[in-house]
Design a protein around this ligand. Structure first.
Ligand code: ATP
Length: 199
C-alpha cells in the first residue's frame, strides 16, 4: 500500500496546516532533537484509529492538540488526513485515492472520515484489517516493537502472521458473531423468565 500524503493541522508540533507528500522510494525525515519527527509517526497511528494515549506518547487524548508556546496560543482541535494510493483498488473504494481523517476537539468530541464522509471508528478499523497498515498492523515499527514481538506469547505473535496472511478480518467477524450470539442467548433467557412469570 502506497502512502501519498499526510496532512496535519493542530496536531502536536504542527499548529499550521502542514502537508507531507511521499514520493516513490524511501522518505527520510531529518531534524534536530525535539523538532517533531516522531510526532509524524504518532499522527499516522492516530489517524488510523490509535486509542492508546501511551502509544501516542501522551498522558490524555487532549495532548495531541497543539498546546501553545509563549509566542502562540493553543489550538482548539487537531486534524490529520492520510491519503493512500488506491489505483490497485486494494481498498474497497472505486477511487484512485482514499483519504482517512480524524478530528479531535478539546471538548472531547471526535470525528472520523473516509473520503470526507463521516464514518465510525469501526469502519476505519475494518478498512485496514488484513492490510498491515491498521492500528494493530505491523507497518509502523516503533522503538521497542521488535523486542516486544520477540518476547510476546506465541498466541500474540500469531496475530501478526494472521494479519499478514489476510485472515484477521475473519477472526474479527467470528468474534463479533459470537458476541452477538451470546447477547441473543441472554435476551432469550430474559424472555423465558418474563414468559414464565406471565404464565
Ligand atoms: P528526537 O529526535 O529527540 O526523538 P523528535 O524530532 O522525534 O525528537 P518529537 O518527539 O516528535 O521530536 O517531538 C517532541 C516535541 O513535541 C517536544 O518538544 C514536545 O514539547 C512537543 N509536543 C508534543 N506534544 C505537543 C503539543 N500537544 N503541543 C505542542 N508541542 C507538543
Amino acid at each position: 500500500m502506497i502512502l501519498k500524503s499526510l496532512e496535519l493541522q493542530g496536531f502536536k508540533t504542527f499548529p499550521d496546516k502542514t502537508t507531507l507528500t511521499f514520493e516513490r522510494g524511501i522518505t527520510s525525515v531529518v531534524g534536530p532533537n525535539g523538532s517533531g519527527k516522531s510526532n509524524i509517526s504518532d499522527a499516522m497511528r492516530w489517524v488510523l484509529g490509535e486509542q492508546s494515549v501511551r502509544t501516542l506518547r501522551c498522558s490524555k487524548m487532549e495532548d495531541v492538540i497543539f498546546g501553545g508556546t509563549p509566542q502562540r496560543k493553543a489550538q482548539g482541535f487537531a486534524e490529520v488526513t492520510l491519503t493512500i494510493d488506491n489505483t490497485d483498488r486494494r481498498l474497497p473504494f472505486d477511487n484512485d485515492t482514499v483519504a482517512v481523517s480524524r478530528r479531535y476537539y478539546r471538548s472531547g468530541e471526535s470525528e472520523y472520515l473516509i473520503n470526507k464522509a463521516t464514518v465510525r471508528l469501526k469502519d476505519i478499523n475494518e478498512l485496514f484489517m488484513d492490510t498491515g497498515l491498521g492500528r494493530d498492523g505491523y507497518s509502523i515499527i516503533g522503538q521497542g516493537k521488535i523486542d516486544s514481538i520477540v518476547a510476546a506469547r506465541s498466541e500474540d505473535r500469531r496475530e501478526i502472521f494472521e494479519e499478514a496472511a489476510g485472515i484477521s478480518r475473519y477472526r474479527y467477524r467470528k468474534e463479533e458473531s459470537e458476541r452477538r450470539l451470546s447477547r441473543a442467548e441472554e435476551n432469550l433467557v430474559r424472555l423465558r423468565d418474563i414468559l414464565s412469570e406471565l404464565e
